[in-house]
Ligand binder design. Structure first.
Ligand code: TRP
Length: 445
């Protein structure tokens, strides 16, 4: 068991527990994530987002069943709970506590602009309903809960689908605001969107998705799998007629499982007029070959829920080794402290804050990461050019504070002194910032 969080890049992602994993989830998320989880340079945090599930689903039995199925699927597909942190969100009470801290530093207006919430409001407006009809506060708060998931474990990278990028940007903003108010406690995460993974078509040729009811479950019996594959849409061309691979759902699904040679062989068979029945047989055999070895492990777990519970609780215990001391640090930072301990009150007060300059990190439309140094009135003293990753921007900030003169000369053209500022103002500001941080660190230690 390892809880070393200092060295490796921390990768974190959550899976909402509302459905049964299907082949689209496997190809798009489970398989690549399990693969990535084996990278020794990273530490993985993978969790079942069951608090998030409550936002979308009010059927207790379905939440419970989905949690079991998803946990069993990920482990059957090779996620090793000894190697990574694999836990249920609801087993980490520090997450809802952090959710509240973040709620208090998040602008309501920011949440008004969240895509999922806005979509509901737009729909209501279009239908002439009250804008917030049937919108729960849970849906509204969704991004804050997600921010807590991520910031709790100081995740560097968060692999997500395109639709989730905005949430990661919001988590970054929450972290910046919190840090600005209370000191550098939270790590700014970065979204990772895997462009190369295949979007799998479903039975009807549209994207495989629960909402289209066109999915093939990852773990059905071999016979059921065959039956479902038989239902994939094809055109009406007869055996012997050449078939198009382009636009063929069957072909695209095959490609997501097969090697390049296997794919080329099926393309040739298409050109030579393979019958749809035979093509489906080829697809079924190929998928079954990949799924069969995992199926045994899945069956073992799904029939032994107590074992899954135990594995998830082990994961939660490891995760809480990190979360429990960290929330303690954060409670102290915001002022939820022992009353007898008054020695540290000064560093975090409004006056102290108002008098100090600060570094702000942000991302621009161009996708690059920037920072600026601003004085207490918000005047820009120093502005960076774009960095390719938030980590690089963060490193530059750290260097500026460790060895200011050297860092300024080394960063050179990546830094621009603000319009109404001067290099002397910049040096003085960084000096006072460093002194303030030292004071805070002393108060903390
Ligand atoms: N919202 C994510 C989704 O629907 C699931 C999720 C919850 C998540 N918390 C997270 C993903 C934290 C990444 C990090 O896919």
């Amino acid at each position: 068991m390892t809880t070393d969080t200092t060295q490796r890049t921390r990768v974190l992602t959550g899976i909402t527990t509302t459905g049964t994993p299907h082949l689209g989830n496997y190809v798009g998320a489970i398989r690549p994530t399990v693969q990535a989880s084996r990278n020794p340079a990273t530490q993985g945090f993978y969790f079942l987002a069951d608090y998030h599930a409550l936002i979308k689903c009010d059927e207790p039995a379905r939440i419970q069943r989905s949690t079991l199925e998803i946990a069993a699927s990920w482990m059957a597909a090779g996620l090793d709970p000894e190697r990574v942190m694999f836990y249920r969100q609801s087993d980490i009470p520090e997450i809802p506590e952090l959710t509240w801290f973040l709620t208090c530093v998040t602008g309501k207006g920011v949440l008004n602009r969240a895509h999922a919430y806005k979509a509901s409001v737009d729909k209501n407006n279009a239908a002439g309903n009250d804008p917030d009809a049937d919108v729960s506060a849970g849906l509204f708060m969704y991004p804050v809960l997600m921010g807590a998931d991520i910031l709790m474990f100081k995740a560097h990278k968060v692999p997500v689908g395109r639709d989730q990028i905005q949430h990661i940007e919001m988590a970054r903003d929450m972290a910046s605001s919190f840090n600005h108010l209370y000191g550098e406690h939270l790590v700014l995460p970065e979204a990772v969107v895997e462009e190369s993974v295949a979007l799998l078509p479903g039975l009807d040729g549209r994207k495989m998705s629960k909402s289209y009811d066109n999915t093939i479950p990852l773990f059905s019996s071999s016979a059921q799998l065959k039956k479902l594959i038989a239902g994939i849409v094809t055109d009406s061309r007869a055996p012997g007629e050449a078939k198009d691979t382009e636009g063929s759902a069957l072909f695209q699904i095959y490609q997501a499982f097969a090697s390049a040679e296997e794919t080329a062989a099926l393309a040739k068979a298409y050109a030579e007029g393979i019958g749809w029945g035979d093509a489906k047989q080829v697809l079924w055999e190929r998928i079954d070959r990949e799924v069969a070895p995992m199926r045994a492990k899945y069956e073992e777990l799904i029939n032994n829920p107590a074992k899954v519970d135990a594995l998830l609780l082990m994961g939660a215990a490891k995760a809480r080794d990190i979360a429990t001391p960290f929330i303690k640090e954060l409670r102290h930072a915001v002022g939820l402290r022992a009353l007898a301990n008054v020695g540290t009150a000064k560093a975090g007060t409004k006056q102290a804050r108002a008098a100090s300059p600060s570094f702000k990190q942000y991302r621009e439309q161009d996708g690059q990461f920037y920072f600026k140094l601003v004085d207490p009135q918000g005047k820009v003293l120093l502005q960076s050019t774009g960095f390719t990753s938030p980590k690089d921007a963060g490193t530059a900030i750290a260097r500026l504070q460790q060895n200011t003169q050297l860092a300024i000369s080394e960063l050179g053209a990546q830094l621009l002194v603000g319009e109404d500022a001067s290099i002397d103002l910049v040096l003085a500001a960084i000096e006072s910032l460093v002194a303030e941080n030292a004071e805070k660190a002393q108060a903390k230690g």
